[in-house]
Design a protein around this ligand. Structure first.
Ligand SMILES: [Zn+2]
Length: 172
């Protein structure tokens, strides 16, 4: 049977393992979720706007294609492509959380489980996976913020508290 506690522990383990793989400059001084995602090597990141412009379609068409206003992840063979809405009406903090959430889906193996879905998003995805990806995202961003606060030279990470509250954070 599915266990929330087990899923959360898996997400915590996954955050720790992923963080260990990041280069020093990303870990301590200038955590940037997009750069962190790109260290995977097997994942690219594109905005809806970039996609729409390249294909000469409306951003609304991309949102419909992804079936998500904020973001989605596409799996093709062994490679992943995260797409996110770079609209000015979405805060930088929310975009950061979206990218971290999609990274969570990849690292937690959700797309392998639901590979036949091809496009993975909140409207069709298993609710448990959504909760796990949120938990992963909140933990990763909290860890990044905490590491930064240990460094006097660290750049500011602006992630508001309400994003952290999406997950239980009595952790680290
Ligand atoms: Zn999701």
């Amino acid at each position: 049977m599915y266990s929330n506690a087990n899923a959360n522990r898996k997400a915590e383990r996954c955050v720790i393992d992923f963080y260990e793989t990041l280069p020093e400059n990303l870990r301590r001084f200038s955590f940037d979720i997009k750069k962190a995602v790109l260290t995977l090597g097997s994942c690219t990141v594109h905005s809806y706007q970039e996609f729409a412009a390249n294909r000469d379609v409306d951003v609304g068409d991309i949102i419909a294609y992804c079936e998500s206003y904020t973001g989605c992840t596409h799996k093709q063979g062994k490679n992943y492509m995260i797409m996110f809405n770079d609209s000015a009406d979405i805060s930088r903090a929310d975009k950061t959380f979206t990218l971290a959430h999609e990274l969570g889906h990849i690292l937690l193996g959700h797309l392998l489980v639901l590979e036949s879905f091809k496009i993975f998003n909140s409207s069709h995805a298993n609710e448990h996976f959504e909760q796990s990806a949120d938990h992963f995202a909140a933990l990763l961003l909290k860890k990044a913020a905490r590491e930064r606060s240990r460094s006097a030279r660290g750049a500011e990470i602006t992630v508001p508290a309400y994003l952290f509250e999406r997950a239980e954070l009595d952790w680290i």
